[in-house]
Design a protein around this ligand. Structure first.
Ligand SMILES: Cc1cc2nc3c(=O)[nH]c(=O)nc-3n(C[C@H](O)[C@H](O)[C@H](O)COP(=O)(O)OP(=O)(O)OC[C@H]3O[C@@H](n4cnc5c(N)ncnc54)[C@H](O)[C@@H]3O)c2cc1C
Length: 643
């Protein structure tokens, strides 16, 4: 029987030896202290592998054969309620029967307690069958875990310090319902006039005299918005300073809304109105809903005004999840392209042996291995950060152990924060590129519905858009990197000097190549810092010199001061992402010599790409920035004339 896990050697590497399973399993199983938990690492590994096998089998035999039907049969709204497309229904039933929705939910809440990373890698396998199925799937267990994370953060979850098990948590009945496969959740942020710019969100939450919160407004583009449990971001306070573009973020709060009640006669009593399901280019197995709220009762989560912070908790996981979706889709596209290229002949040989096609296939395969390495690492750090965060509040441990955990927690948080935007950016952009190349390799046939690749390209196009667009990821990566240099300039200088030395004197050519990739990234950082500092000096020219030290030491406004860096943020992010992958693959090669080939191949391509991107950053941009500044001055003058 076909199995997408068994036929994927690279993914199997991570289950065999590419991840610190003892550490991951111990963290999930609370040090194997619980009586009803797994006994030891070996039992845990065998369970995780079984899970991956089930994902692989289900995706290959239930999802992939229905992918074409998912593309043409669409879910609809009938009499105000959702009627799911038949193929989607069949797949959902199979997933419920396989108990996949309870996978990551803690055992004490009816789940199987598997680590998030197993779920994420399973997600890749589902996405290879059909990416929109993975998207919908993630709004089941993923939302239950979000509820748990929210509850831990607001302090409404308690743990047994001896076993680490949850004693009580606020959203337990919702989590149990999701674990059974009877409901799912969704995340309602986007509105007709606001998403990337969340400060503009207008949906309102008001409190009745009896304390009940009620939500009114419209949300659009809500994935799986026909579900029961909605996390809704709504405004509880107006922005204090109308001139500050970020002030509106402080007035947002997070709410839980039940969209409907299930009545004993099988009908639903609805509180949230399903306005429409969006008609999209692809991604048809995933419902995307527009919703109306008219004084719908809601429960506030955390404190008033903390909504943006709560949303960020959810976003990191979700972004890593989208990267695994992208890799799964890319895997399907690469395999379809390879298979076609080996059979299709042109000018006396299979097209796979024509140099340009061979080069494309080589790069597609390499990109998938590289992205998976970054994705697996990001998921590992994100999960470790989350779980250690929960544990450090729960564990009744001696001070030295607490200090060790705190240090580890910081390390995982730092790496997760570094990797997540880079991963979301590169994985989603590459999935589009890989799908497009798969169409190209199929020639005219690729443009027809006779082959699966045109659907893959349509499905891929949304990946760089949702869960924070590529541009928003780039801004985050760029600002974090530059602010890091501003905070610790000595460390940056040391890293630069160190990379120079390694590029010349390391004995292993792999290390020298990695140092050159590091130098590309550091040189780009240095150049952007220099341009940023020049801009800052210009902006200070008319201000008293006494204000300069503070302006340089503390007073940095990324929006105002980083114009040049913003223009190049995508190029810079690509360099940073490729550097991160290079570091991970080289570390893998040191530990597992059979992986050296991937590190070598990646460095060969990443080094020259980095040089090209660095060249673009250092040679272009000024002309456009001058034009933007002139346009802005023109706009200001026009406004002044009107006033
Ligand atoms: C299929 C699908 C499913 C979705 N699911 C959900 C969901 O479950 N929940 C939810 O709340 N939302 C969801 N969304 C919405 C999605 O998150 C937003 O569409 C996305 O974040 C972009 O926001 P926007 O559409 O408002 O575009 P805009 O914010 O208007 O952006 C338009 C373009 O401008 C760019 N841009 C914006 N600001 C900047 C800047 N400062 N610098 C440079 N470029 C910038 C963007 O990158 C983009 O290219 C979904 C969307 C789709 C298509």
């Amino acid at each position: 029987m076909a199995n997408f896990f068994r036929d994927n050697q690279d993914l199997r590497f991570y289950f065999d030896k590419g991840l610190p399973w003892a550490e991951i399993a111990s963290l999930s199983e609370h040090g194997f202290r619980a009586e009803d938990g797994l006994k030891d690492v070996e039992e845990a590994k065998s369970f995780y592998r079984d899970v991956a096998e089930s994902f692989g089998e289900l995706s290959a035999n239930v999802i992939a054969p229905r992918a074409a039907r998912l593309d043409t049969e669409h879910s609809r709204i009938v009499d105000g309620n959702a009627v799911e497309a038949p193929a989607l229904r069949e797949i959902s039933d199979a997933m419920r029967a396989a108990e996949l929705h309870r996978l990551c939910i803690p055992r004490e809440l009816g789940g199987l307690n598997a680590p998030l990373i197993v779920y994420m890698m399973g997600g890749e396998l589902l996405a290879r069958g059909d990416v929109s199925i993975m998207t919908h799937f993630s709004f089941h267990g993923g939302m239950a875990l979000a509820a748990l994370a929210f509850s831990v953060r607001e302090g409404s979850t308690t743990f047994d310090p001896a076993t680490g098990r949850i004693e009580k948590t606020r959203f337990s009945s919702m989590m149990e319902e999701i674990a059974r496969g009877d409901a799912w959740g969704c995340m309602d942020i986007t509105e007709p006039n606001a998403d990337s710019d969340m400060a503009q969100l207008r949906t309102k939450a008001e409190q009745d005299p009896d304390g009940t919160w009620r939500i009114s407004g419209q949300k659009i583009f809500i994935t799986s918005g026909h579900g029961k449990w909605h996390f809704v971001i709504a405004r509880t306070e107006e922005a204090k300073d109308p001139n500050d573009p970020f002030a509106g973020l402080a007035g947002l709060s997070m709410f839980l809304v039940k969209a409907y009640d299930d009545l004993p006669n099988g009908e639903k009593k609805r509180y949230v109105t399903l306005d429409r399901f969006e008609e999209k280019l692809g991604h048809h197995g995933s419902v995307t809903a527009a919703l109306s709220f008219d004084r719908v009762p809601a429960e506030i989560i955390g404190k008033r005004g903390d909504g943006f912070r709560y949303m960020l908790i959810l976003m990191n996981n979700a972004r890593v999840g989208v990267a695994f979706e992208s890799i799964g889709l890319g895997e399907a596209a690469y395999r379809a392209a390879k298979e076609y290229a080996e059979v299709r002949r042109s000018m006396g040989k299979p097209i796979a042996r024509h140099e340009m096609i061979a080069d494309m296939l080589d790069e597609m395969e390499l990109d998938l291995v590289a992205l998976r390495a970054l994705a697996v690492r990001s998921a590992y750090h994100e999960e470790s950060a989350q779980k250690l965060g929960i544990f450090s509040t729960a564990a009744d441990a001696p001070p030295e152990e607490k200090a060790r955990v705190a240090k580890e927690l910081l390390r995982h948080q730092r790496l997760s924060r570094r990797y997540t935007p880079l991963l979301k950016y590169l994985a989603t952009e590459k999935s589009v590129e890989i799908a497009r190349r798969a169409v190209q390799i199929h020639g005219g046939s690729g443009y027809t519905r006779d082959y699966p690749v045109e659907k893959l390209l349509r499905d891929a196009l949304v990946l760089p858009i949702y869960e924070g667009t590529s541009q928003i990821q780039s801004l985050m990566a760029m600002k974090d990197t530059l602010m890091g240099v501003i905070a610790k300039p000595q460390l940056f200088v040391k890293r630069m000097a160190d990379a120079r030395v390694r590029s010349l004197s390391s004995r292993d050519p792999l290390d020298r190549a990695l140092a050159r990739v590091n130098l590309n990234a550091l040189s780009a950082t240095q150049f952007l810092m220099r341009k940023t500092a020049e801009g800052k000096l210009k902006s200070l020219a008319r201000k008293p010199m006494t204000s300069w030290p503070k302006a340089f030491a503390k007073d940095w406004d990324p929006k105002r001061d980083f114009a040049f860096a913003m223009l190049h943020a995508e190029r810079f992010t690509r360099i940073l992402a490729e550097e991160a992958i290079a570091e991970i693959l080289v570390a893998q090669a040191k530990e597992h010599p059979e992986r050296r080939i991937w590190a070598e191949k990646w460095l060969e391509r990443a080094e020259v790409r980095g040089r090209g991107l660095l060249d673009e950053i250092t040679s272009t941009g000024e002309r456009l920035l001058r034009k933007l500044a002139e346009d802005e001055r023109g706009g200001d003058l026009a406004i002044a004339a009107e006033e």
